[in-house]
Structure formats: C-alpha cells, structure tokens
Design a protein around this ligand. Structure first.
Ligand code: TXE
Length: 490
C-alpha cells in the first residue's frame, strides 16, 4: 500500500566539511551530487574530503585533543553533559537531516539521535569515574600503577545507514576517553553528521575536537592511511573492512570493527505469535527496509506454529505503508541508492532462478507515484536452502528467508550455520530454553522476545565475521584507551 504525501524541503542542508570548528571547502576536496533516495533526484551538492583536508583535520584534532585532555575532568564531564543536552534539543532537526541523508522514515529517524544522546549521556557519566588501579608486584618495596590513557586522534568511519548511531556507539566513548575524533560519514549520508559536528562546537567542545569529513572510499582510504591516527574504528561491510585493515597495516594502526550480520530469528511454537509476527516484520524487511546490521534476515519457525505464524507475519507486511519518508504514517521507505536497489533486485532474481527458495511475497520495485524512488516491496522467500546465497550472504535490503525446524538442536544448528555472528533473536516463553540458547548461539548479542534496542549499558558487537569491537558499557570506553603500567621502586 502506498500513500501520497509531498513534503516541502525547508531544511538547510550542510554541504561543506567541518574542520577546527569552521566550514571548509578544501583544495583537494571534490564536489558530489547527493541523491535523495525517495525521489531519485539530487537534494544537494556536497564537498567530499580529499587528502589535504584529512591532513588538516588530523592536525587540528591533535591540537584540540591536547586542550581537551588538559581540562579538569569535572569540566570535561560537564561539557559532555552539555553536548547530550544540545543533541536532545536537536532530536527533531537531526532526525529530519537523517531523512535527507538516506530517506529513513520519519517514524524511526529520531531514534538514531535518541540513541546517540543516550550514549553521550552515559559516557559523560564515565569521564570522572575512570579510575586507575594499582597491583601487588613481586618486589615488596615497589608500587605498581595501571593507568588508561587516550590514544590521541581517533578515525571513526561510519556506514551510510547510521551516522548518528555511530556518533553514539563510537564518538561518545572516544571523547569520554580523552580523544579527538575525525568522523567520516559516507558520501551517501553527510548531513546529520555535519550538523552534529556543529552542535559539538555550540555545546562547548574545543573546536577541532570533532572534525566531520564526509567522503567516499578514496577519502576513507586517505584517512585510514594517515600516520597521525592513534586508532581507527570502522563500521561497515566485511569486504571494505579487509581494505581498511590492509591500509592500516602499513602504519600498524590498530583497528576495531563493527561489521555485517545475517542474524537468525528463531520462533518456537510456545511464543506469543502475534508479537513474534510483528517483531519478525520490523526486525526483518520493514525496519529501515532491512538496511540494518541488526536485520533478522533468517527466520526459523517451529513446524507446529508455521502456518499460524506465516499468516500473521504476511498480514503485518501487507499492512505496512510504503511512501514518503517525511510522512509520519509511512513505515517503509526506499533503499539507499540506485546501485543498492539494482543489487538487491539482482539477489532476488538469482534466488528465484537458482531455486534458493520459494518467493512468497514481494520481490519487485514499487511502481506508481514512487516509481522514481528506489523502493522495493518487502520480500519473503520460504523453504530456503540454508546453504544458498540467499541464506548465507548479507543482502542489506527488504529480503528475508523463512525456514521450518523441528526441535531445539535443529534450530541451533541452522542458526549457527553462518559466517556472521552479530545478533540472534529467540521467541519463546520457556525460560530454561532461552538461557540454553543464549549460551549456545554464536553471536555477540542475543535478544529474547524483543527487538535489538541497543542501550549504552550493554556492550554491542560481533562474533566471527561480524567484527571485533564493542560499543557500550565499560568495554566500549576501553576500546579508546591504551593501558600504561608504571612500577615505582620505593
Ligand atoms: O558499508 P561500506 P556501507 C554494515 C552493514 C553493511 C554495510 C553497509 O552490515 O555491510 O555496513 O554500509 C567507507 N577505506 N553495517 O555500504 O561500503 C565508506 O565511505 C576506508 C554494520 O556504508 O563498507 C563508508 O563511510 N573507508 C554496522 C564506510 O567505509 C572506506 C551497522 C562503510 O562503507 C573504504 C551498520 C576504504 N577502502 C552497517 N571504502 C554494525 N555492525 O553495527 C569505503 N569506505
């Protein structure tokens, strides 16, 4: 179902780079036409950072970091709380910029900024509580001190689908640990990150502490290759991560990664099937049109509940409104770009012709008044071969597969049969079973009877090829601290 709702674009879209608190065009920067995915038409011409701008940003960051680290911790803490307040005041504005970025529907756009605020506030509270330690050493006459220190300048590379999420997961802890940050959003989603950089200056962070340089793969490569970075945090796809790790190896720059997923959603017959259908729809093809690392793209349903679940699940998908992301009633927007749309339609085509499963609903580009946008119908394949590309590769689009299972051991074997290990979802009312699965599932995050609502209190990250980093908790702070041991002969 689609709805017609045209929205006047009255928002000012930032188009230059933010370095040292100033808007910069840059000598090696290039111009890039940003296409708005819901219409297929340009909504701005933006500046992409080149090597000169990146070098300028790292120098500016190093200077600001020295100032930041020299502030009394109470002052650093207060400034980070001020930043959380400033982000809170801009939740709607940043949400709208996220829509201009990658056409995420209005219903969910503010959620990215709310997550960012929750992480900034959580880590602001850590600033004056990051105590060091002492340890007993062999020489009774020695004092051994263990300290955690900032790296200096951190390169944070964000995927297009979550610049404000990355602000929370990675920029907040990096700042709390005393670092400066070079934030590189994708050229596909520059606006919200640039505005965030400006809000940092308005909130009182030293200019240059957070420099925001949208760029493409080339700019990303220049950033990773820069010898002035103390550490890199990369969020994106596995193929790109390999390139990042290779480039960073030249300087032996440490890299933490948050990569893709192909998450299982296991639905037992004793689950609340209405809730399970809604969760499977939203954590699957509907939420951000499946363009999320947390997408539960492999759904496993116990035989006894299969027909009842499928009837409910398909009904939720059919009721979801597709249309203008600025329309608050719209639930499903387009995919991020024409190449992404063509890639996803290619995957669907390959799955149909390769008989990887049975196409049960969707599978086509949305026509009608949204035919200029990159819209794809929520798509479901059933009876999917778990070793087929449909079930083993991350599609990053509104395409999920559904497979039956009999008992727990079969469900577990199917779920763990993946190179990825980011999220796993289990729907059951049986508490011992929930604990058994939490222990046995090979994934960094397990969600029982709920969606992936990432909170700063629980470290989020992957197993296997889903990456090495952790975001949230003390673990997320320690990602951006290096350990120093001092032994004093008394
Ligand atoms: O990733 P890409 P995208 C993953 C998601 C999917 C991917 C989609 O699973 O696989 O991200 O995002 C820059 N050197 N996650 O398409 O192409 C590029 O400009 C340095 C997981 O953006 O990998 C962009 O800024 N940088 C995540 C960024 O890398 C390079 C949640 C990512 O680009 C580069 C969200 C290079 N050679 C998405 N090439 C999680 N696990 O939390 C590109 N870039």
């Amino acid at each position: 179902m689609t709805t017609a709702a045209k929205t006047e674009n009255t928002d000012a879209l930032p188009t230059e780079l933010l370095i040292g608190g100033d808007w910069v065009a840059g000598s090696s920067a290039i111009e890039h036409e940003h296409i708005y995915p819901a219409t297929g038409r340009p909504n701005a011409t933006i500046t992409l950072a080149g090597p000169e701008e990146i070098d300028h940003a790292v120098t500016s960051g190093a200077e600001a970091q020295r100032e930041w680290a020299s502030l009394p911790i109470g002052r650093r803490r207060d400034i980070m709380f001020d930043l959380a307040d400033a982000v809170h005041e801009n939740i709607d504005a940043l949400g709208r910029l996220s829509i201009h970025d990658f056409a995420v529907p209005m219903r969910t756009a503010p959620g990215h900024t709310m997550l960012a605020e929750s992480f900034i506030r959580y880590y602001a509270g850590h600033v004056d509580k990051a105590h060091g330690q002492t340890s007993e050493v062999s020489g009774k006459h020695d004092l051994n001190i263990i300290d955690r220190e900032p790296y200096g300048v951190i390169g944070v590379i964000a995927p297009w689908n979550g610049p404000m999420v990355v602000v929370g997961l990675n920029v907040a802890p990096a700042l709390a640990a005393g670092n400066a940050v070079i934030l590189k959003p994708s050229e596909l989603s520059p606006f919200s990150a640039l505005r965030f950089g400006e809000i940092c200056v308005e909130a009182g962070l030293p200019p240059g502490l957070v420099n925001v340089l949208p760029s493409d793969a080339e700019g990303g490569r220049s950033l990773v290759a820069h010898p002035g970075l103390g550490k890199i945090h990369f969020t994106g796809g596995g193929a790109t991560a390999r390139q990042v790790l290779t480039t960073a190896a030249a300087n032996l720059t440490p890299v933490a990664t948050e990569l893709g997923g192909k998450s299982a959603n296991i639905i037992f017959a004793d689950a609340d099937l209405d809730q399970a259908a809604i969760l499977a729809a939203w954590q699957g093809p509907l939420g951000q049109s499946g363009q999320s690392c947390a997408c539960a793209s492999r759904i496993f349903v116990q035989n006894e509940a299969y027909d009842e679940f499928m009837q409910r699940f398909l009904a939720v998908l059919a009721a979801a409104k597709i249309g203008d992301p600025f329309d608050p009633d719209v639930m499903v927007g387009p995919v991020v770009s024409e190449p992404a749309m063509n890639r996803i339609l290619g995957v669907i085509d390959q799955a149909v012709h390769g008989r990887h499963g049975t196409l049960t609903t969707g599978g086509r580009r949305v026509g009608g008044e949204f035919s200029d946008g990159y819209y794809i119908e929520p798509t479901v394949f059933t009876d999917v071969d778990n070793r087929s590309p449909l079930a083993t590769t991350e599609i990053f689009g509104p395409v999920v597969s559904v497979t039956r299972f009999g008992d727990e051991s079969e469900a577990l074997a199917l779920a763990n049969d993946s190179d990825y290990g980011l999220n796993a979802y289990v729907q059951t009312m049986n508490l011992p079973r929930a604990h058994r699965f939490s222990r046995a599932l090979q994934s960094g995050s397990v969600w029982i009877n709920r969606n992936s609502d990432i909170s700063p209190q629980g470290p989020y990250g992957g197993f296997k090829k889903s990456g090495t980093g952790r975001a949230g908790g003390v673990e997320g702070l320690q990602e951006f601290q290096q350990i120093k041991n001092t032994r004093i002969g008394l």
